[in-house]
Design a protein around this ligand. Structure first.
Ligand code: HOZ
Length: 427
């Protein structure tokens, strides 16, 4: 497959952009080679600058649940662009989007719109601290909650991909307020609460981890966290930037029946445009300025283009969507397992409705960061390039999840499995 124009664009980009990209994982450092530069997206397909076509499993890192250039979303953006691009003042549509999210996500009674998942988690942490009057935060190894200082400690996603668990520039005084514990280990959480009585403001996690690859919660884990935090007057924060409107209409909290105090959401509520949000019970959210003293603000917050796209997206998601999405995800996961076994490659496939990950040479059950870290990155990377060369675009990192939607029709899934068969055979 000729990707010479992508290669040339990457060389040029590195002269004016650090590392040639505006977000690290995109640089392909994790998998080797150079990134693909894209030009168009249509439904399930992406086309690159060299005219190559790919089935897309990155979905702009999650939000393209309805595929690229979904007609309803594009029309909503076009209509709004004909009215105004921004006011820095309230609009009725912000309330409409807020009401929709409130009606869909069990733990959200009130919501504040921001501009990214990073902003959402950063603000949720501040709110948890301001509300409880406590400083310490618990996060879990391999979970990634954006790049704000408090949360950039033993984080997943790009830090895991690049092997830099903590970032220079985060003061020790800030990092020391974040306790990191193993994911899916309730005893570790109990011990931390015993060690720091009355000091833990909140526990933040991806209820299905997605930034160390897809790692679902063990049975009882989320309930256990709910119980421990409730008894300790600490807030439970679900980062649903990936899982929101993906694993179920009401997110992971609806799927697993555990309601957090605060929820963070990302670009999915803008149909893929730059937006994010955090929400929770009215009692907690009313501590946010101007209702309360915890400050949070933003001129672009509630941007009308993103809001219009988000309304169009959310109104297309019904329960049937998730029933079919779960079936397709299971079909893909089963097919990948079967193809890998056919070629004698030990492969663990983790999945939850709409998201999945492949771990080579890993334990049969991948339930936490230590399992993920011991899987074979080298085999993943060779598989990744085998798929890329066969026209399937997976996330360029062994530590990211793949995403699908209903635009991944049975035909598309069959084509993916054919490509996988070839890629496994070549490993
Ligand atoms: N942190 C993102 C994935 N979990 C990658 C974002 C990007 O490169 O756009």
């Amino acid at each position: 497959m000729d990707r010479s124009k992508s290669k040339a664009l990457f060389t040029r980009a590195q002269l004016s952009i650090p590392g040639g990209v505006n977000s690290p994982v995109r640089a392909f450092k994790g998998v080797g080679g150079h990134p693909v530069f894209f030009e168009t997206g249509e439904g399930v397909y992406l086309e690159d600058v060299d005219g190559n076509r790919y089935i897309d499993y990155v979905a702009s890192w999650g939000p393209m649940l309805l595929g690229h250039r979904h007609a309803g979303v594009v029309e909503a953006i076009r209509a709004q662009a004909g009215r105004a691009l921004g006011f820095g003042a309230p609009t009725g549509q912000e309330t409409e989007l807020a009401e929709r999210v409130v009606s869909m996500v069990p733990g959200i009674e009130k919501i504040r719109l921001v501009n990214s998942g990073t902003e959402a988690t950063m603000s949720a942490i501040r709110l948890a601290r301001g509300f409880t009057g406590r400083d310490l935060i618990i996060k879990f190894d391999g979970c990634y909650h954006g790049h704000s200082d408090s949360l950039l400690v033993r984080a997943g996603s790009g830090l895991l991909t690049l092997g830099i668990p903590n970032s220079p520039g985060v003061p020790d005084a800030v990092a020391s307020k974040t306790l990191t514990l193993p994911f899916n280990d309730l005893d570790a959480v109990r011990r931390a609460f015993d060690a720091y009585p009355g000091q833990i403001a909140g526990v933040i996690l991806e209820p299905v981890a997605g930034n160390m690859g897809c790692v679902p919660p063990l049975a009882g884990y989320l309930d256990g966290l709910r119980d421990i935090t409730a008894r300790s007057g600490s807030l439970l924060i679900f980062d649903e930037v990936m899982t929101g409107f993906r694993v179920a209409r009401g997110g992971a909290q609806a799927l697993y029946g555990v309601t957090p105090d605060l929820t963070t959401l990302g670009k999915v509520i803008g149909g893929g445009l730059p937006i994010g949000a955090f929400g929770g019970t009215a009692a907690i959210m009313d501590h946010i300025a101007p209702a309360g003293p915890v400050y949070q603000a933003g001129t672009l917050s509630g941007n009308p283009l993103a809001v219009a796209a988000g309304i169009a997206m959310l109104e297309s998601l019904d329960e049937n969507f998730y029933r079919v999405l779960a079936e397709r995800t299971e079909f893909l996961a089963g097919g990948l397992r079967e193809r890998a076994a056919r070629h004698n490659h030990p492969l663990t496939v983790n999945f939850v409705c709409g998201m999945f990950s492949l771990f080579f040479d890993a334990p049969e059950e991948v339930t936490g960061f230590s399992h993920v870290a011991n899987s074979s990155v080298d085999t993943f990377n060779r598989f990744f390039h085998g798929m890329l060369d066969r026209g399937v675009y997976l996330a360029p990192s062994a530590f990211e999840a793949g995403f699908l939607g209903l635009h991944h029709t049975p035909d598309v899934l069959d084509a993916t499995l054919d490509a996988a068969d070839g890629a496994f055979a070549d490993l």
